[in-house]
Design a protein around this ligand. Structure first.
Ligand code: C2E
Ligand code: MG
Length: 758
């Protein structure tokens, strides 16, 4: 090497582990000298380097090239100016004391393409020919730079771990914490993507809870855990799993999800949950070998912070649960019960259609069990009581333990006090079975106090009412229930009596039918009749349907009564036909309760009755209350279709009161609308309901239905009904409900109900 360009360099040059060089200020001119170290550092032989013009510029890293050349060129310009000034002044240029020297760190490309960090220290001096030359040393500082980069990455990672820990301690919600973890991981690792996913309850799926850097449309929200894959391995082993190169990985099943977005390397760490692994934190890079052991530790640290946070929040919610529940039975405690009661009252105030009931339940003689059999047996009994109570109510009802042997029950959305009473009876029935304890079977009873709410009461007052009636039940001999309100108690008693008496009424032939004519408005003759029930009560005299039909409906007796009505009406109809055979046949309207309609056997009952009476089914009109149509419309529609196939006429009763929509109505196989009495009575008056009545009647006509006005009491109302397009009218104006015999007489005399206007 000595003797390159005729310059004699001491042998010591070769001892310096750096590229010692001498080059022209003109960057692209061939270099004058380069030491042997050019080969170990940049991969080129001395001959290759010196023989290739512009090789230095070419091997500069493209990202650094412009800046480095700019800096060197500026230095050359500067030195040339200094030299020119010195020449003019006849002095020597002050080179060497800062001017003309350059220290630069930049990247070059090794001959094989890898990056080499160079620290270039050189000085510009005039050469033997007077032209400027660079003399300098290029040191390989790649290791130092790598160490620096590692240190930076490490401190970024430490900062990320510290920050995440801080957020976790600050009580940040888990969902946000997961998002932060993903963001911090991608930043601190300088990688493409990160994701935190939760194991599904069945342990078969992973649900992505947070992700960062994932292309939106490639991001799976939910995917099955492949056996032998990255997730399965991470969850099983509990140790972070590092994959340096997915293309060469053969111990793990390949991941389609990662392949789809071109991931080459990854780290996955398990996130622990309170009882089992919660999920996985994964970081992903599109370059292979992107991660080192430190990165693995970092991801594990992030996962561990997330694990702690998840476990802590779980134990906090467990604490909250403990604060609101009874530890022995797991039932809500008094605090939670009071809260639910407040909410129930609030709902009642908004929607006043239903009631709520509060039941206080006290186990009779509990103290004796406790004292004689011991506390453990007492506890066992209380747990058993809790179970029986739960069994006696609907899932939506709240059962609570107030402490000791006191329990509370909240029933929402009930239609009447009967539901509360029925529940109390179910509870009593549940207590009829013995409680099986370790110490042997034990029979106990309960005293129950009931208070009803319609939204007007205060929670505290209700609790006190229920408590008071429970004490009254105890005083009256235990093993019973008591209703708070006197009025309610009387009503409940009366209902109970009616129910018992009604049971006998059919047997004792106390029920009968009366019929009210429906008049054809064309000629004012009777077109049909409506069958209406009457109960001849031995003590109370005639009882009207409004008093006993609801009781019959609630007790289920309506089905038997309804069947009786159907048969009785058909028998009367057959008799009228015999009486006046040449008259055009009369139609009979029969009122049907929703319970009857819902019985799957109902259509059969109807067709059997029609067949055995030998009546044309067209002569039977079943009247259904409008409110029936509104609820469970699909179910009802199906029922009506089946009925329609029997050939009967279907009528909507009390139309206009049930806020059913036109659309609902049009979808049902209905033939007739009976306009509610309240609208008809508004006709011919200045009442605001007048225009509504017009609209209601117009609706029916628009749907092509036969419209009957009911409850017509005056000539004016009849005339208006006619003017509005009603086909028929029913009401006291023409006739009150009368006996079947009177209907027979009416038909025999021609059936006219025309009244001369007075
Ligand atoms: P509804 O089907 O709307 O029957 C018409 C009711 O209005 C009858 O009362 C009738 O007497 C009364 N009414 C008729 N015209 C006038 C009038 O001009 N002015 C006034 N103020 N009232 C009039 P009733 O007989 O007390 O029946 C009441 C309800 O009981 C019926 O209402 C019906 O829903 C139900 N009902 C009656 N019989 C039966 C039955 O056999 N089965 C079922 N499920 N329900 C029945
Ligand atoms: Mg009716």
């Amino acid at each position: 090497m000595n003797g390159q360009s005729g310059i004699d360099y001491p042998a010591i040059v070769d001892a310096v582990p750096a590229i010692v060089f001498s080059a022209d200020a003109d960057i692209d001119a061939p270099w004058h000298f380069v030491s042997d170290w050019v080969e170990p550092i940049l991969g080129f032989t001395v001959a290759e380097w010196l023989g290739t013009a512009g090789i230095w510029r070419r091997q500069l890293h493209p990202d650094d090239r412009d800046a480095v050349i700019e800096a060197e060129t500026a230095e050359v310009v500067n030195v040339r100016q200094l030299l020119a000034q010195a020449q003019r002044a006849g002095t020597t240029a002050p080179l060497g004391d800062g001017s003309g020297t350059s220290h630069l760190d930049y990247r070059m490309l090794h001959k094989d393409g890898h990056v080499v960090w160079i620290r270039d220290s050189s000085v510009l001096v005039p050469g033997p020919d007077g032209a400027l030359r660079w003399h300098g040393v290029m040191m390989d500082i790649s290791d130092q730079k790598e160490t620096e980069r590692q240190l930076e990455r490490q401190s970024a990672q430490q900062a990320a771990v510290a920050r995440l820990g801080e957020l976790a301690l600050g009580g940040q919600p888990i969902s946000e914490l997961l998002g932060e973890a993903c963001l911090m991981a991608t930043e601190a690792l300088g990688i493409a993507a990160a994701a935190a996913s939760q194991l599904s309850d069945d342990g078969q799926h992973l649900e992505v809870r947070a992700a960062c850097g994932w292309p939106e449309d490639e991001r799976p929200e939910h995917h099955a855990i492949a056996p032998g894959g990255l997730v399965a391995r991470t969850l099983q082993s509990g140790r972070p799993v590092l994959v340096q190169n997915w293309q060469q990985e053969d111990s793990l099943a390949p991941s389609a999800v990662l392949a789809a977005v071109g991931i080459s390397s990854s780290i996955a760490a398990r996130i622990e949950g309170p009882k089992r692994p919660w999920g996985v934190l994964g970081v992903f890079s599109r370059t292979a070998d992107a991660f080192g052991q430190r990165d693995v530790n970092f991801v594990a640290a992030m996962a561990s912070i997330l694990s702690d946070a998840i476990k802590r929040q779980d134990s906090e919610s467990a604490m909250q649960h403990r604060a609101l529940h009874d530890p022995l039975t797991g039932l809500p405690n008094r605090v939670l019960f009071a809260d639910r009661l407040e909410q129930a009252l609030e709902r009642l105030r908004r929607n006043q259609r239903s009631l709520a009931a509060l039941l206080f339940i006290d186990v009779d003689h509990f103290k004796q069990v406790n004292d004689s059999l011991g506390h453990a047996a007492g506890d066992e009994l209380l747990v058993g009581v809790a179970t029986r109570l739960r069994e006696a109510v609907r899932p939506m009802d709240t059962v609570a333990r107030f402490g000791g042997d006191e329990f509370g029950l909240l029933l929402e959305e009930i239609s009447s006090e009967r539901v509360a009473i029925a529940t109390a009876e179910r509870i009593a029935a549940g207590f009829a079975r013995p409680f099986v304890l370790e110490a042997g079977s034990q029979f106990v009873t309960a005293s129950i106090g009931i208070a009803l709410a319609d939204g007007q009461q205060h929670a505290q007052a209700l609790l006190a009412d229920a408590d008071a009636s429970m004490y009254r039940a105890k005083q009256r001999g235990r093993a019973r229930y008591d209703l708070f309100d006197d009025d309610l108690r009387m009503r409940a008693l009366a209902r109970g009596r009616t129910e018992n008496e009604l049971r006998r009424a059919i047997e004792y032939r106390e029920l009968r039918l009366v019929y009210q004519p429906v008049v054809d408005l064309k000629d004012e003759t009777v077109a049909s009749v409506e069958a209406l029930l009457r109960w001849d009560h031995p003590q109370r005299g005639v009882v009207l349907p409004s008093e006993f039909i609801p009781v019959a409906e609630e007790s289920g007796m309506i089905e038997r009564i309804g069947e009786w009505v159907l048969q009785e009406a058909l028998r009367d109809l057959a008799q009228w036909e015999q009486l006046v055979p040449d008259r055009s046949p009369l139609r009979v309207g029969i009122n049907i309760s929703v319970q009857q309609l819902l019985n799957p056997r109902f259509p059969d009952t109807v067709s059997e009755a029609i067949e055995s009476a030998g009546i044309d089914p067209q002569l039977i009109a079943l009247e259904l209350d409008e409110s029936v149509l509104r609820d469970e419309a699909d179910l009802i529609r199906g029922k009506l279709r089946v009925l329609k196939r029997c050939g009967v006429i279907l009528a909507v009763d009390d139309y206009g009161t049930g806020d059913s929509s036109l659309r609902q109505l049009a979808a049902l196989p209905i033939d007739t609308l009976k306009i509610d009495r309240s609208f008809v009575s508004a006709l011919g008056t200045l009442d605001a309901a007048g225009p509504i009545a017009h609209a209601v009647i117009a609706t029916g006509s628009a749907l092509g239905l036969k419209v009957i006005g009911t409850g017509a009491e005056t000539r004016e109302q009849v005339e208006e009904l006619r003017a509005l397009g009603c086909a028929a009218a029913q009401g006291y104006y023409y006739s009150r409900p009368i006996s079947p015999g009177k209907i027979g007489e009416l038909l025999s005399s021609g059936g006219s109900l025309r009244r001369t206007p007075s």
